[in-house]
Design a protein around this ligand. Structure first.
Ligand SMILES: NC(=O)c1ccc[n+]([C@@H]2O[C@H](COP(=O)([O-])OP(=O)(O)OC[C@H]3O[C@@H](n4cnc5c(N)ncnc54)[C@H](OP(=O)(O)O)[C@@H]3O)[C@@H](O)[C@H]2O)c1
Length: 259
């Protein structure tokens, strides 16, 4: 099969959470560029509307849905709206995420722990669960792509809640994959290295951030488009026998030993 056919997403309906910023914008564009109709989800409606217009200007199909991923009623409404516009969601990109306020693990408050875990883990599970239930009920095959992090494998100081959540996303991916494989729903994850976005721009542009860049074997942070290949592989027919996997896309960061 030709690569253009293997990765083609026409007739597919995607929903991307956290599509108002950073990696989510790029994921939505990559899916739309390859033929998927895309439901854009986040809280900042103005940004979603701008992205929707940008996708439409290139001949793509998108709708903007304002929703907080921690709100289960808003989640159901988002899937309903996407279904009404385009049909059953068959690709979910579980991307919305927040960073933890940098602090020692012993100083993390119960509120901060819950804030991070509710977006970075609980919502990932609930949105995947909802997407899978609807795919199975509609008799459709589908793909769920969870966005983990290299901090799901290693840890750095001051990131306890975030790192725990991302490690759990890797395990959530496997736990869902093993139960859904037989139903035709594949569940995989991408673990990005460092990409400069709103979640970390202050940190990555600081002295500490630049030191971090020196430890990346490829010598640079990730750039827009660096995750497109992994996303399209996992979302399309090209990845039809892949489930429960986490693809690390980090310029070699996790294999490198410091010093
Ligand atoms: N950048 C990196 O280096 C890096 C590395 C590894 C993993 N990641 C992961 O990649 C994902 C995207 O991060 P990013 O770097 O693109 O960060 P970002 O630019 O800060 O974007 C985060 C997105 O999540 C959305 N979001 C946050 N809380 C939400 C909520 N309660 N409800 C709905 N949407 C919410 C934000 O939208 P609104 O504020 O408009 O709601 C925004 O669209 C995250 O899961 C992050 O952990 C990033």
């Amino acid at each position: 099969m030709k690569a253009s056919e293997l990765f083609d997403l026409k007739d597919r309906v995607a929903l991307v959470t956290g599509a108002s910023s950073g990696l989510g914008i790029q994921f939505a564009k990559a899916l739309a560029d390859n033929g998927a109709a895309v439901a854009l989800v986040a809280r900042r409606a103005d940004r979603l509307a701008a992205l929707k217009d940008e996708i439409a200007a290139k001949g793509g199909r998108a709708i903007a849905i304002e929703a907080d991923v921690t709100d289960r009623a808003a989640m159901a409404r988002a899937f309903d709206e996407a279904e009404k516009a385009f049909g059953t969601v068959t690709i979910l990109v579980n991307n919305a995420g927040v960073a933890q306020k940098a602090m020692r693990a012993t100083d993390v408050s119960a509120e901060e722990w819950r804030r991070v875990l509710s977006v970075d883990l609980d919502a990932v599970f609930y949105w995947a669960q909802e997407a899978a239930r609807r795919m199975v009920a509609a008799g459709k095959q589908g793909a769920i792509v969870n966005i983990a992090s290299v901090l799901g494998f290693g840890v750095s100081k001051g990131t306890a809640a975030y790192a725990v959540a991302k490690a759990a996303v890797v395990q959530t991916t496997k736990a869902l994959a093993i139960e859904l494989a037989f139903k035709g729903v594949r569940v995989n994850a991408i673990a990005p290295g460092w990409f400069v976005t709103e979640i970390n721009d202050t940190y990555l542009n600081s002295e500490a951030g630049l030191a971090l860049k020196r430890d990346i074997p490829m010598g640079r942070f990730g750039e827009a488009g660096d995750l497109d290949g992994a996303l399209l592989l996992l979302a399309s027919e090209a990845g039809r026998y892949i489930t429960g996997a986490t693809i690390v896309v980090d310029g070699g960061q996790v294999i490198g030993l410091k010093g």
